[in-house]
Design a binder for this molecule. Sequence first.
Ligand SMILES: Cc1ncc(COP(=O)(O)O)c(C=O)c1O
Length: 399
Amino acid sequence: MSQQCNLKINLSGRGHDYTEEEIAAVVEAMKIADPLTQGKYQSDFERRFAQYNESKNCFAVSNCTAALELSAILCRLKPGDEVILPAHTFCATAIPFARTGAKLVWADIDLDTRVITAKTISPLITNRTKAIVVVHLYGLMAPMPEIMELAGRHSLMVVEDCAQAPGSNINGVKAGNFGDFACFSFHTHKNMSTLGEGGMLVVKDDALAKLVPGLRHNGLRVFDYPRERYWVPAMSNVDFDIDNFWPYNFCIGEIQCAVGIKLLDRLDAMNEDRNKRARKVISALVDYPELVFQKVPDGYYHGYHLLSAMYDGAAYGRTSHDFIEMMAFKHGVKVIVQYHPLYRYPMFIKAGFGQANCPNSDRFFDNMVSFPFHHWLMEEEVDYMIGCTRDTLNSLRGR
Ligand SMILES: Cc1ncc(COP(=O)(O)O)c(C=O)c1O
């Protein structure tokens, strides 16, 4: 559509701002970090993340996609294996697992919570299934206790994609403490960003965790025998961690780690701001049952990376397109549709993963609306957005 749209509330490319203290930490690291990668800031960031998340074996990496790639490698998947995962997610959830040659099997979401559950996963398990990838979508965790119980019964590996859910929890147990692997993103849009890119991999098994540093950094390691002269035979050794498996460079820089350390002091407060704001919006719209937000089960803490809803205007002969159009062109609020279910994208169709039996994912996608929800939205903007949403919903009802 070539209509003019004068945006008052745009979708921001940055999830949050930085404090003076965080900026000072970056400047200090710029001055003193030596080296600028793989140094003290990285180990401090990993230690601090482990403490924050109450997890062991935390490895900072260049982004969450790298963490997912390492998880896929460590699941030791091969052609013929099957991996069960949701389709309504960012494509990076799936690509590393597709690269192994395994078959992607799409699990449907629960229509109320919009995450996969033991009930939607269970019928898909075959004797070829090796792993389940769970996504804590928009900041709401999937029901991990029941998924882990199911995985345990079938001896399946579980990967938690926590890209959108750092600090979210179930009865106080934070995302990333259930599965065999957990992958976090510090990308620019996320609840905390290490200056645009960044990620963290959490590995439950100590033996598998030992393989990560080499896989992350070109197979580099110290010589494992005593040396009299530090330069003989060379500075460091290079070897395989997994036989015949070529390693990567998935390292993150020290400056990013410096800001990550600081942001962890503020993550819970930022999540709480998001949570309160989401509850404010949702309760202000409670008279409009045609706008259905994610259902948050008792005991679940939702970090509200995004505020998305399903608009069901069938009773008024209206669609989510009508809602988005009016929000954008009448009110200047840029509501969007997040991602296609992956089985609808050309990449996955061409790779043979275009088939799915996911009626809830289809229904959600075909009716979804996602509001601007960056942390630095002003309170007046939130109030304006609520007012516009009410006005739009009234207009669509024909009032
Ligand atoms: C659910 C999900 N998984 C994975 C990723 C990939 O994260 P990154 O950009 O840090 O590689 C993202 C977002 O970017 C995401 O939203």
